[in-house]
Design a protein around this ligand. Structure first.
Ligand code: COA
Length: 194
């Protein structure tokens, strides 16, 4: 996926504003990355839940080859991770089809706010587009994901598995989306019930 120059958050030092973008390389995980990916999630979320979700999906039929992305810095150190996986869409008539969900997204605390998460997000959306996915859903921070094209999912007919707030339950429409794509989204079983 190549090197992605990121737009870092300006850092203010006295009167001087300094951009500190990180030049990250976004690539799919390899087998050697699994332990580090768990550690990045532990550090970003302050506990093992999200790392365990990633491990719980890896190797199952919910896994997407090329859907677990890592961000490498210029020294080849992994500093961020994002997972795409296969949930389900249960249509009003009861029929089911797979639907991609995004998360967790994790950036090491020392590297947050410098565009690494954005680089992972853009790469993930591109992976979904390349796989001709019509839509990707996520549960996330209300103010972060709209910049990548996410909007309240219920507005386009996609109900959450639980009564999450509209501002946190989001979807991005991709080429191939149609209004006929409606129903209740289910996450892979590795995600906790609450
Ligand atoms: C959320 C996260 C993945 C974003 O990655 P990042 O590399 O820090 O983000 P970027 O540098 O691309 O973007 C920075 C922007 O994200 C915003 N942001 C960071 N964390 C945020 C949060 N918890 N809620 C809302 N916005 C957040 C910053 O305010 C900043 O906004 P600005 O561009 O308007 O100044 C990262 O901060 C992280 O790992 N957080 C802890 C784990 C987490 O909460 N993951 C997401 C679960 S939904």
């Amino acid at each position: 996926m190549g090197h992605v120059p990121t737009r870092g958050r300006p850092e203010t030092l006295g009167m001087t504003t300094i951009e500190r973008p990180i030049d990250v390389h976004i690539r799919p995980e390899t087998a050697a990355d699994a332990t580090r990916i768990h550690a990045i999630n532990d550090a970003a979320f302050g506990g093992p839940v999200e790392g365990n979700i990633v491990d719980g999906i890896r190797g199952t039929d919910r896994w997407i080859d090329g859907g677990s992305l890592v961000a490498e810095d210029a020294d080849g150190e992994l500093i961020g991770h994002l997972l795409l996986s296969q949930g389900d869409l249960v249509a009003p008539d009861g029929t089911e089809r797979r639907l991609w969900v995004l998360g967790p997204v994790a950036v090491l605390p020392d590297h947050q706010g410098r565009g690494v998460g954005a680089a992972l997000m853009r790469a993930a959306i591109e992976v979904a587009r390349r796989h001709h996915q019509p839509v990707v859903c996520l549960l996330g921070h209300a103010t972060y994901y709209p910049r990548f094209g996410f909007e309240p999912a219920r507005r386009i007919g996609l109900e959450a598995p639980r009564p999450w707030r509209d501002e946190n339950w989001m979807a991005v429409r991709l080429p191939g989306w149609t209004p006929a794509l409606r129903g209740v989204v289910r996450f892979p079983p590795a995600f906790p019930e609450d």
